[in-house]
Write a new protein. Structure first.
Length: 480
């Protein structure tokens, strides 16, 4: 309660900052305390009069309450300053809303470079956002602690090692509206606007080179931001984007629905309640449908997904018959007919050059390849790479091609864009991390990366979490 009261006083004292100019603010504290989930943190509360602010306006900012950490190892090697911004953005219906973003400043920063990194959280909980998940304190909340988030933080560290400033938006918003490419794309573009307006505290350059990076849902959101940018944010110039593990299909709710539905009763069954509750956060009437058709003995079980992150949901619903928890075998089809989320216009090719990578053995790869061919036929510039190893997974491809994505982004940030046109190539991962890429990390993180690439079950050593929880018992009684 003391922490919440102190945060409330600090947050209410902060003044909105225009997307075009950020006034200086004195007295920003350097000390770290312990972070609480966004649902308990007044910093994230939407202020009154939101319609009066332009998209990208910084409404509040602060240093992150706790240190940025990856698998509980603090990231001071690559993070000299870490800031949070609450800013005005636009939801999928065109209404004013807010979300947060984290701006990370590395030592010896090149403040003329800004990378927007889009994470894949895949959760209907507003607590499963990178602004909380990247902080060390998230380890004290086992249902919210996400190994997937930690692995993506490794990619962010790799970007920071280049000296670039990195902004990481909470693209799915305060309500866990997943999937919503419209909301998430706006949040990315407005997060860039806010980051560019943060010079008073980040000292970012006046006109930084901006690039995007994201994989899986983060890749879909990056692609969506490129599609939305000409109409929504023509003032946001994007020099290039590295993305993977996704195509235009994630922009269509039917495709996401079909992906989720085919996993009923298998190890990924948790995507069905996640999808359902994510839609309920966006579409009127979905929650009422859930209440009308969920079998009473499963009601609380279904709603657990709204308070957990991806790993906890995976464990909770593994191999379960989610469809059978409703009294209508066609319940999910009924839900889909009710959903009419506006899609981002991706019929025109992105203006920015793309580095696009995909695992060859996924069911969606043929569709992704068609998306690439379609964009290329319309004049896009795309370097398309297929990872052909049969011995990995969708998520592992994010790391097998990450070194190539970084090298490509190096050229973008240095003002060396690729030649116009498209190219295709394939690569075979042979089981070990790129040595130069692995060398970016401590022995501890290299070990975690190696476990991950070897597909070891339970690659995360939960003794780390136990140690954190035993030392922070005051935080574990909050219901998470």
């Amino acid at each position: 309660m003391v922490l919440l009261a102190a945060c409330l006083a600090a947050c209410l004292a902060l003044r909105p900052v225009s997307a075009s100019a950020a006034p200086a603010e004195a007295g920003m504290a350097d000390n770290r305390t312990e972070a609480v989930p966004p649902s308990q943190d007044p910093f994230y509360r939407e202020p009154d009069g939101l319609d009066g602010f332009r998209p990208g306006t910084i409404l509040r900012h602060r240093r992150t309450p706790d240190a940025i950490a990856v698998f509980q190892e603090t990231a001071e090697r690559y993070v000299e300053e870490s800031w949070q911004m609450l800013y005005r953005t636009t939801d999928h219906r065109g209404r004013a809303t807010v979300t947060a973003a984290t701006v990370l400043v590395p030592p010896r920063a090149d403040r003329s470079k800004l990378l927007s990194f889009q994470v894949s959280a895949d959760s209907p909980s507003g607590d499963c956002v990178p602004s909380f998940g990247f902080q060390r304190s998230s380890g004290a909340y086992p249902r919210l602690y996400s190994e997937t988030m930690q692995m993506q933080a490794l990619l962010v560290e790799a970007a920071l090692s280049r000296g670039w400033l990195v902004v990481v938006p909470d693209a799915d918003g305060q309500k866990g509206a997943w999937p919503s490419v419209g909301l998430a794309s706006s949040a990315v573009l407005d997060g860039i606007r806010a980051a560019k307006a943060s010079a008073a505290f980040t000292r970012i350059g006046a006109d930084p080179t901006v690039a995007l990076w994201g994989y899986s849902w983060g890749g879909a959101v990056s692609l969506g931001a490129l599609g939305l940018q000409p109409a929504y944010a023509p003032d946001v110039a994007i020099a290039g984007a590295a993305l993977g593990g996704a195509g235009n299909g994630m922009n269509r709710e039917a495709a996401v629905f079909n992906y989720s539905l085919r996993h009923n009763k298998d190890i990924y069954a948790g995507y069905l309640p996640v999808y359902l509750l994510g839609l309920a956060a966006q579409v009127d009437g979905i929650k009422e449908l859930i209440e009308a058709h969920v079998r009473p003995q499963y009601r609380d079980h279904i709603y657990l997904a709204g308070g957990q992150c991806i790993e906890a949901n995976g464990r909770t619903y593994r191999n379960e018959d989610i469809v059978g928890m409703f009294d209508d075998p066609h319940f999910f089809q009924t839900v889909l007919r009710k959903v009419k989320l506006p899609a981002v216009n991706l019929t025109l090719p992105p203006k920015a050059p793309l580095f696009w990578y995909q695992w060859a053995h996924e069911a969606v790869t043929a569709e992704v390849s068609r998306d690439v061919q379609d964009f290329c036929s319309k004049g896009a510039t795309i370097e398309y790479q297929l990872e052909t190893s049969p011995n990995i997974r969708h998520d592992i491809c994010a790391f097998t091609r990450a070194p190539a994505a970084l090298r490509w982004l190096d050229g973008i940030m240095a003002g060396r864009p690729p030649r116009p046109g498209c190219s295709n190539s394939s690569f075979l991962f042979k089981g070990a991390a790129d040595p130069d890429f692995a060398a970016l990390y401590s022995p501890h993180l290299q070990f975690r990366l190696g476990q991950y690439l070897r597909r070891e079950e339970g690659y995360f050593d939960r003794q780390e979490l136990q140690a954190v929880n035993s030392s922070r018992t005051s935080m574990t009684g909050t219901g998470h």
